[in-house]
Design a protein around this ligand. Structure first.
Ligand code: NAD
Ligand code: TYD
Length: 352
């Protein structure tokens, strides 16, 4: 008998796969159900190591489909939901905002309605955990950091859709008493990251001696956290965080994009045995992103002081592990860039 049945949405994506791995391994008495639509960003190869775990199962489905969700929730009577499924790439949100409204806003409200339906006011030991981003707070100038009390000021269609979903989660707590927690995290990096985002894209292009597109002057600043530490923070907040509260998660690790790209170039040159400076020659300044937020930085003091969470690795250690992973898993990268990862679902799950 499983002690808890948890739904993790978006578990085939980058962060979701790390959260699934953590919960499956740390909590063998929980049944973990991973619900994912397998969009371009969803890749079951991310969880190859877990697919035969006895307390894990995968369900393919779309959180915008309320009828499908109703059947699923009635079947499993989940005790908790950790909600990561989302459209997550700012550049895609600029070209196709409606997809972000559907998944990030409508999908989230569907899930809230399902929790309200099956829990029916019996909220003891129940939790809806919403995974969000620091981008909801807008952009910073040269100084300051985002606190949990910073007013929302989203600038991109992506961050506007995430901000909207956060508001709905909060509103369901306030209006219906639904037990919820929200976390807002800074930029993540690590293994299994789709190579459309800055760090995996640069690693892929350096490896293949392709141009390294740096937006604008490369002066924008992001605050980077190792994805395994994000998954650890979600675990800590899920189990020990205060009901109805928001927690900011970040690694106190700000980098200008251009400095980070140069660091990656140096690291990769040394790993690949290339002459120093080879990869930096690939840097190519391109037209800036429309409405490009200048700087993000998280104050994670509340999480650290109240719940005792700390990052487990320094940026140097995390980046080294990340680059090592991509170099040792070039097949993963090739499958993602060629589209071959899409066949994996067919092979593994078509007859289940
Ligand atoms: P990702 O794009 O790698 O993964 C998203 C996953 O959601 C994919 O597996 C995709 O198939 C799935 N999905 C998309 N639409 C769906 C739908 N309609 N129904 C079911 N599944 C669907 O994203 P990520 O980077 O892993 O981000 C996960 C969550 O964390 C998101 O909510 C994002 O806003 C948040 N977040 C990300 C970062 C970051 O740096 N990547 C930082 C803070 C917060
Ligand atoms: P990204 O990884 O898309 O995350 P986000 O926009 O959610 O912070 O981008 C991180 C930073 O890197 C952002 O300032 C945009 C910049 N960037 C580039 O300069 N070149 C690129 O090719 C990409 C994908 C991003």
């Amino acid at each position: 008998m499983n002690k808890k049945t948890l739904l993790i949405t978006g578990g085939a994506g980058f962060i979701g796969s790390h959260v699934v791995r953590r919960f499956v391994n740390e909590y063998p008495d929980y049944l973990i159900v991973n619900l994912d639509k397998l969009t371009y960003a969803g890749n079951l190869e991310n969880l190859k190591d877990e697919e035969n775990s006895p307390n894990y199962l995968f369900v393919k489905g779309d959180i915008t489909d309320a009828a499908f969700l109703e059947t699923l929730f009635n079947q499993y009577q989940f005790d908790g939901v950790i909600h990561l499924a989302a459209e997550s790439h700012v550049d895609r949100s600029i070209s196709n905002p409606m997809e972000f409204v559907m998944t990030n806003v409508v999908g989230t409200v569907n899930l809230l309605n399902m929790c309200k339906m099956i829990w029916n006011g019996q909220y003891e030991n129940k939790l809806f955990y919403h995974v969000s981003t620091d981008e909801v707070y807008g952009e910073l100038g040269d100084d300051g950091k985002f606190l949990e009390t910073t007013p929302y000021d989203p600038n991109s269609p992506y961050s506007a859709s995430k901000a909207s979903s956060d508001h709905f989660v909060r509103a369901y707590h306030h209006t219906y008493g639904l037990p919820v927690k929200i976390s807002n995290c800074s930029n993540n990096y690590g293994s299994h990251h789709f190579p459309e985002k800055l760090i995996p894209l640069m690693i892929h292009n350096i490896l293949n001696m392709k141009p390294l597109p740096v937006y604008g002057k490369g002066e924008n600043v992001r605050d980077w956290l190792f994805v395994v530490d994000h998954a650890r923070a979600i675990d800590v907040i899920f189990h020990q965080g205060k009901m109805g509260d928001t927690y900011n998660i970040g690694g106190n690790n700000e980098w200008k994009n251009i400095d980070l790209v140069k660091l990656l170039c140096q690291l990769m040159d040394s790993k690949l045995g290339r002459e120093e400076g080879t990869s930096e020659k690939l840097i190519h300044y391109v037209t800036d992103r429309a409405g490009h937020d200048f700087r993000y930085a998280i104050d994670a003091g509340k999480l650290m002081n109240e719940l005792g969470w700390q990052p487990s690795v320094t940026f140097e250690q995390g980046l080294e592990k990340t680059v090592e992973w991509y170099l040792s898993n070039q097949e993963w990268l090739t499958h993602v860039t060629s589209g071959a990862y899409k066949n994996y679902y067919q092979q593994m799950y078509s007859n289940r």
